[in-house]
Design a protein around this ligand. Structure first.
Ligand code: ZN
Ligand code: ZN
Ligand code: ZN
Length: 326
């Protein structure tokens, strides 16, 4: 497993430092750069980068595969928990089983990363194919559970990012990180501890903050608005006025206007297909038609996505912000 941190021989007790540092390395190695973290995509990205076979299965998937009813699977496979990571030494495959009906949804997201943690932290092996009580001593079980929770907390709500945003209350953390109330309460405590021990802040500040640079700045985002959190705070920039092609504009060898012929904007990026201020195509012939929003993060003054031509919304910290707050 390519982790910068190597665990010394497993000591007794919870290895806080190892779990925390592994999570911070993970953020950098696998480019965790946005909140709320897309946990399913994260598992795929990690599996692909490390060339491991990790499958996420819901109880429903498993029930369909095995023809065993839901309740029996919940009772006898995941032991009434929200999820379980299982290693199969014969096929060298990891499975993350989740109860997709656990409520609230934030809990499922936590479970996915918690189970991933058991894989990333090297808890599973030929002799310990899952972290369940009857395979381990009680201390060993509790230590590994604790480490997996530390890892999940740092990935889903990185302390330094939350601190930087100034989201110190549980409710704000819940909103920005997409966690359950219980998880947000525990993160609120972790952040409070950090504020009281500023020495710890320094190192990670320098490594983690740059990863989240786009997330921390005022930007625009090309997205369907109902895919973002906080729907009541949607704001867009006012589009520039189009004045029917009154400007004489040079055309590049690629058949592209050197500046927008409709609103005169000459601050479009070299790779832009559309004018970010008025949304016109920058190509002289074969104007491209905007399709569904492409997800691109754009400059904060944009009214349109310069890649796909859709309207964009103002964003910061993964939220859609009101004009007054910018
Ligand atoms: Zn666990
Ligand atoms: Zn324009
Ligand atoms: Zn776009």
């Amino acid at each position: 497993m390519p982790s910068k941190t190597k665990r010394k021989k497993r000591a007794k007790g919870v290895d806080y430092g190892f779990a925390t540092q592994t999570a911070r390395d993970f953020i950098q190695l696998y480019n965790v750069d946005w909140l709320p973290v897309d946990v399913f995509e994260l598992v795929d990205r990690y599996a692909e980068a490390t060339n491991q076979n990790i499958q996420i299965k819901t109880i429903e998937d498993l029930s369909f595969e095995t023809k065993i009813d839901r309740q029996s699977l919940i009772d006898d496979v995941i032991y009434g928990e929200d999820g379980l990571a299982i290693f199969d030494p014969d096929t060298n495959t990891y499975s993350i089983i989740i109860n997709e009906k656990a409520e609230p949804y934030g809990r499922i997201r936590w479970t996915v990363v918690h189970e991933l943690a058991h894989i990333v932290l090297g808890h599973l092996s030929n002799s310990k194919t899952s972290i369940v009580m009857w395979q381990l001593t009680e201390d060993e079980y509790n230590d590994m559970e604790q480490e997996a929770h530390i890892f999940a907390g740092e990935i889903l709500s990185p302390k330094f990012i939350i601190y930087r945003i100034g989201a110190h209350s549980s409710a704000e953390i819940q909103d920005i990180c997409g966690l359950s109330i219980a998880a947000s309460d525990s993160r609120e405590n972790a952040i409070f501890e950090l504020i009281n021990d500023k020495r710890k802040m320094h190192d990670s500040m320098l490594t983690i903050i740059p990863t989240f640079a786009q997330f921390l700045e005022f930007k625009t985002i090309c997205i369907e608005k109902d895919k973002m959190r906080i729907k009541s705070r949607i704001t867009q920039n006012t589009p520039a006025e189009k004045q029917l092609s009154i400007l004489k504009v040079n055309i590049t060898p690629e058949g592209k206007y050197e500046r927008c012929p409709y609103c005169g904007n000459n601050h479009n990026a070299d790779a832009a297909n559309f004018c970010k201020l008025c949304g016109s195509s920058l190509f002289e012939s074969q104007p491209l038609t905007p399709t569904t929003p492409c997800g691109k993060i754009g400059e904060k003054d944009a009214s349109f996505c310069d890649h796909c031509g859709n309207i964009v919304y103002k964003t910061r910290f993964g939220l859609l912000f009101d004009k007054d707050e910018l």
